[in-house]
Design a protein around this ligand. Structure first.
Ligand code: ADP
Ligand code: MG
Length: 459
């Protein structure tokens, strides 16, 4: 199908892939933006509430501390947050005053805090090395009853804050991945939904090509409908053009045949006049050539002007039935034997008039030259290939003759009636159908082989 491969437009990427990439990019950007803003907001929020909590606790510590009857520091009651009592929990406090025993949280079973952090009556904070790693440390000083400076220090491990933020980030990431996958999946579903009319159009075109429809059927969205309407108008126009071409070709045949017959008649009469024989011979030769040309071009025009009328198909082997019965009448002393393989209900997307003409030409040749039997074999491959072989047991042709046999007017056996046009027309029809026609020499006789390939029966 050289014609078809030439017509094939080069695909430049896939529409589906484009949409898919666009959606993936869009989803990724969206998810990344959500992730970034959510983590920053959460981080700021958690940090702020952490610091506020520490400030409250250090104030509480200041309120609960007093100098006992023994002149030592003591708490009127434990701090409200129980985490300060769990050993090495990451929550610690320390109260010191010069000349007194320092007071510290039960959680601080080892290590210590720097009481210099508390250096002003204003609450200040720094990140200091604590008993269990870097800690956010708050402190302030207050005057005792005897004018001594009491240092209040409270600390929480930085890792506590990091752990909170990390666990939030992990959870958020997981959810966003799930959300991204859901969005991508719905995106893919949307693409399929959006491109459905194009799939429908492709199927409609395939039906048209297979001849199951004579136009593109179905309803299409407003973006595609004008294109479909244009295509349908084009299909209709080309169908009409073919029909018109056939009528015009027929008319031309009639208008040329009569004058040609008259001229031939005159030339034959001239041939009887002594002295005019030479001219008559030239005239007769030329008119015969003109007749051949007229017949040849008529046959070409008849074979759908090279284009199949859209919506027509040929059914094999049914198509052969009337042709074979005509051949049996035409060549009563020859056997016509049909053998087929996997061809039950096969349809070919070709014009039945053309295919009938092609088969008639080849069967007639085989019938004329066969000694006793003509065999027709049909082979239908599942992959859109289709083979027709017409063999006879006649004298056959030499390789040189096979090459010339397709030329207009070539005849090797003037004793047998014919015009020398059959094979030329047959090859033209084959070319127009997208099939190949070859003559092959068999053990005896000649085989004409028509091969269709890549016919889209399903697509
Ligand atoms: N099956 C065949 N066996 C032998 N010779 C053939 C066969 N088919 C065609 N030919 C030869 O090829 C020539 C051209 O065939 P074709 O174009 O059909 O013209 P026509 O049949 O009108 O003579 C024929 O004249 C014949 O000599
Ligand atoms: Mg012939």
């Amino acid at each position: 199908m050289t014609q078809d491969t030439q017509d094939q437009a080069k695909a430049s990427g896939s529409l589906r892939l484009r949409f898919l990439l666009a959606i993936l990019l869009w989803v990724t950007l969206g998810i990344a933006a959500i992730w970034y803003s959510a983590t920053s907001v959460f981080e700021a929020h958690v940090e702020q509430s952490y610091h506020e909590e520490l400030e409250v606790h250090v104030r509480e510590l200041g309120r609960l501390t007093r100098i006992g009857e023994d002149g030592q520091l003591e708490l009127t009651r434990p701090l409200s947050d129980p985490r300060y009592e769990v050993p090495l929990s990451g929550f610690y406090w320390l109260v010191t005053a010069p000349g007194k025993r320092p007071l510290k949280s039960e959680s601080m079973t080892r290590g210590g805090l720097d009481d210099e952090v508390a250096h002003s009556p204003q609450i200040t904070h720094v990140v200091e090395e604590g008993p269990t790693g870097p800690a956010i440390t708050y402190g302030f000083i207050r005057q005792g009853p005897n004018g001594e400076e009491i240092h209040f220090v409270i600390a929480t491990d930085q890792s506590e804050l990091d752990r909170l933020i990390d666990s939030f980030n992990r959870e958020l990431t997981l959810w966003l991945v799930v959300l991204g996958a859901l969005l991508a999946a719905t995106g893919i579903a949307m693409i399929s939904f959006g491109l459905r009319p194009l799939d429908q159009l492709r199927r409609a075109i395939a039906r048209l090509r297979r001849g199951e429809a004579d136009r593109l059927e179905g309803r299409y969205p407003s973006e595609i409908a004008p294109l479909v309407n244009d295509l349908n108008a084009y299909v209709r126009q080309s169908g009409e053009m073919i029909a018109r071409a056939r009528v015009q070709a027929g008319n031309m045949a009639h208008s040329l045949r009569t004058p040609l017959a008259v001229v031939t008649d005159e030339a034959e009469r001239m041939a009887e006049i002594p002295g005019a024989q030479a001219s008559a011979k030239v005239l007769l030769e030329q008119t015969r050539m003109m007749e051949q040309q007229v017949e040849y071009h008529l046959a070409r025009a008849r074979s759908a002007a090279g284009v199949r009328t859209p919506g027509t198909v040929s059914h094999l082997p049914e198509l052969l039935v009337p042709i074979l019965s005509a051949m049996r009448r035409l060549h009563p002393d020859r056997q016509f034997v049909l053998a087929e393989e996997d061809c039950e209900g096969a349809t070919l997307p070709v014009d039945p008039v053309d295919l009938s003409e092609l088969l008639s030409i080849l069967l007639d040749n085989a019938g004329k030259w066969a000694r006793g039997e003509v065999s027709i074999s049909l082979k239908c491959g599942g992959d859109g290939t289709f083979d027709i072989r017409i063999s006879d047991d006649g004298p056959g042709l030499s390789d040189d003759q096979i090459v010339q046999a397709f030329d207009i007017g070539t005849r090797f056996d003037p004793a047998t009636p014919g015009s020398g046009l059959g094979l030329a027309i047959a090859r033209d029809i084959c070319t127009a159908m997208g099939a190949s026609l070859t003559l092959e020499r068999g053990v005896e006789g000649l085989t004409a082989h028509i091969a269709f390939y890549g016919l889209d029966r399903e697509a």
